[in-house]
Design a protein around this ligand. Structure first.
Ligand SMILES: C[S@@+](CC[C@H](N)C(=O)[O-])C[C@H]1O[C@@H](n2cnc3c(N)ncnc32)[C@H](O)[C@@H]1O
Length: 323
């Protein structure tokens, strides 16, 4: 099965699109009426993009990003039939640079659905899954950087343990790191998962013992948290006043960052800059926050939605007190 044949069930679809359009609920009468420029920072298989396009006017634009070459090929197919779509194969951490190259000064809405897509997880050869065999790659962008297998071959035990602890919140990181480093090669995700299981003294019921370690290595090799920080910081300049941000995260490491960012910027404070008041002409804020969890019905239909949180806010030029 090629990776194009795997499908992705989009999480919090209506909620996210409604959020960046600034409406409470989507209604059929709003189809084709929204002007402006929008960004889908994580196209995947285009679930959010396709619904958003239904609501955009014929003169609106949608810029889509993805690191994954297969996601980009699907996006290119969409762009061939819908001239409103522009496709960018790059990290959303390059948001402002890419918008600048397109001569776009500001956008009306920015959405990101973080993490991995189902096609990435379901294709064993991508190396993301401990349930399907493949070389331990885990890169979202297979055209750049090194696979986890290469990194594991030279990283020292202490650094590996730190990564497992920091990005996987794995309490048994040192024991697991030692066992991983004792392996001869990293050609098999299933073999790696088994070694982690053997080294793991105790794990949460209903969870595979390799879950946190795999998450940690994936986050590390793709610089996921650094990219999210860059994206959030750039959203301050990319969004016009009144523009909206909507971000879906799947684990607390990301959700905490998004929450802290929105909290800091609702009060006009730069992170790590608490003591300096920001001159009014520089002040950029986010207000009117939302936090939405998937409904029970969505979680029943799509277990991947279980850990999802959608956070959003409106870019303003006044601080808001009640965040
Ligand atoms: C959860 S999926 C998005 C699914 C999409 N919303 C849909 O409905 O089909 C996440 C996507 O984000 C991409 N991605 C992850 N980090 C990225 C980054 N820093 N820059 C660009 N794309 C990224 C992944 O390659 C993956 O295709």
């Amino acid at each position: 099965m090629s990776s194009f044949e795997f499908t992705h069930q989009t999480v919090l679809l209506n909620e996210t699109v409604a959020m960046i359009l600034g409406v409470k609920v989507l209604s059929k009468t709003q189809k084709g009426v929204f002007d402006g420029v929008y960004v889908d920072a994580t196209f995947g298989r285009g679930g959010h993009s396709r619904l958003l396009l239904e609501y955009l006017s014929k003169d609106a634009r949608l810029i889509v990003f993805d690191k994954d070459i297969q996601a980009i090929q699907v996006a290119n197919e969409l762009a061939r039939t819908d001239k409103r779509v522009t496709v960018i194969h790059d990290s959303f951490a390059s948001l402002n640079e890419q918008l600048h190259q397109l001569n776009i000064a500001e956008v009306d809405g920015l959405m990101a659905d973080l993490g991995v897509s189902s096609p990435q997880l379901d294709d064993g050869s991508r190396g993301f899954s401990f349930m399907r065999d493949g070389r331990v790659d885990m890169r979202m962008d297979t055209t750049r950087g090194e696979p986890v297998s290469a990194w594991l071959s030279y990283v020292d035990v202490d650094t590996l343990a730190d990564v497992l602890y920091e990005y996987g919140e794995e309490r048994h990181s040192r024991k697991i790191a030692r066992a991983i480093k004792a392996m001869e090669n990293y050609d098999s995700t299933l073999a790696l998962a088994e070694v982690i299981k053997q080294a793991h003294p105790a794990w949460q019921k209903g969870k595979h013992p390799a879950t946190q370690s795999f998450q940690a290595m994936r986050i590390f090799i793709n610089n996921e948290l650094g990219d999210v920080d860059d994206f959030l910081n750039q959203s301050l300049t990319a969004l016009k006043v009144g523009g909206r941000l909507a971000v879906i995260s799947f684990h607390s490491l990301e959700d905490r960052r998004i929450k802290r960012f929105l909290n800091n910027h609702s009060r006009g404070r730069w992170e790590d800059d608490d003591k300096l008041p920001i001159p009014p002409q520089r002040a950029k804020y986010f207000c009117k926050p939302w936090r939405v969890a998937p409904s029970d019905a969505e979680v029943d239909a799509n277990p991947r939605a279980r850990s999802a949180w959608l956070r959003g806010a409106v870019r303003t030029d006044v601080a808001c007190r009640h965040f």
